[in-house]
Design a protein around this ligand. Structure first.
Ligand SMILES: C[S@@+](CC[C@H](N)C(=O)[O-])C[C@H]1O[C@@H](n2cnc3c(N)ncnc32)[C@H](O)[C@@H]1O
Length: 297
């Protein structure tokens, strides 16, 4: 195994070998399903070198033992995942899909017979919250739900991004595809960025949920639509399957699942039915159980 000091006796960052990469890959996949790309060892070395220094560990094998067997291991696993996951996101991302959501999904949900005049949307893997606020803006802006109880729940495995989500203050890069009219209407300029207005913030709540652990889904409650975009793409096929199944069990009958444009369920064995819109494909839990609901088949 690698590690230790340099030939001159000064401190050097430990190098990671194949076996250490395999062990760390295994523990990360087990914990949250995230799988490392081909150059995973390089990523771990680059992102965790300083952390090993902080912990006084001289090799990645020691770090692995720390994660597995130290009492602080579970907490460290969280910190590790924070360091290696991609949190890229922005408001009004993938506009063509949001159009399909607004044009087809929302009117259908609003028009169902016997509804309880309540609608809940879950942004699963919400990162810093832009997707959750986008959903809330679309629900409110649709004008279809006046007098309804509207709820958007954002969840992520990372506490750091959730803190930003709760603050709801964004810099320019979050607005790269936001229509100017929406920005003017739903955000107020503050020192340090633009803050989402209170009417929208009040519709949203944020919680820590590891999607690979359905026991944690309880905080989300009954859900009509799940947005899980640009999350599954980073996970192992087994984790994807497990999460999609858990989504199915969590959704209300007739509820929708929307994935990112580069993700689909073609290779996932699923009970969801496919619903094709003009420019988008979404997934629906069969509607049989809804009073007055229609099945697309
Ligand atoms: C690239 S961001 C996607 C943000 C947003 N959904 C979007 O499309 O713009 C992926 C997020 O998924 C989260 N994530 C990855 N694995 C997760 C897991 N097992 N449980 C919960 N969140 C997870 C990461 O922390 C990250 O914030």
């Amino acid at each position: 195994m690698s590690g230790g000091g340099s030939a001159r006796g000064g401190p050097t960052r430990p190098r990671i070998d194949e076996e250490e990469t395999r062990l760390l890959r295994e523990i990360i996949e087990e914990y949250c399903g995230v799988t490392l790309a081909e150059d995973g060892g390089f990523l771990l070395e680059r992102r965790l070198g300083a952390r090993l220094d902080e912990l006084g560990l001289s090799s990645f094998l020691d770090y692995y033992y720390y994660l597995r067997f130290d009492l602080r291991g579970p907490e460290e696993l969280n910190a590790l995942v924070e360091r290696i996951t991609t949190h890229e996101t922005y408001l009004f991302r993938e506009q063509f899909q949001l159009d399909a959501f607004s044009r087809y999904v929302l009117p259908e949900l609003a028009g169902r017979d016997g509804r309880r005049r309540a609608l809940s949307v879950w942004s699963a893997g919400c990162s810093t919250g832009e997707e959750a606020y986008t959903c809330a803006i679309l629900l409110r802006g649709s004008g279809l739900f006046d007098g309804w109880a509207l709820r958007v729940v954002g969840t992520d495995i990372s506490n750091r991004v959730l803190a930003t989500a709760r603050a709801g203050v964004y810099g320019e890069s979050s607005f790269r595809t936001t229509p100017a009219s929406q920005r003017a209407r739903y955000f107020e300029q503050r020192e340090g960025g633009a803050r989402v207005i209170d009417t929208i913030r009040r519709m949203c709540s944020f919680h820590r949920v590891n999607l690979l652990n359905p026991a944690e889904y309880d905080v989300v409650g009954a859900i009509d639509v799940i947005f899980c975009r640009n999350v599954l793409i980073y996970l192992t096929p087994a984790a994807r399957h497990q999460i999609v199944e858990a989504f199915y069990d969590t959704l209300s009958p007739g509820g929708y699942l929307l994935l990112g444009h580069s993700e689909n369920l073609l290779h996932v064995n699923t009970r969801f039915e496919h619903v094709h819109f003009e420019n988008d494909l979404v997934y629906r839990k069969p509607a049989e159980a809804i009073p007055g609901g229609t099945s697309p088949r």
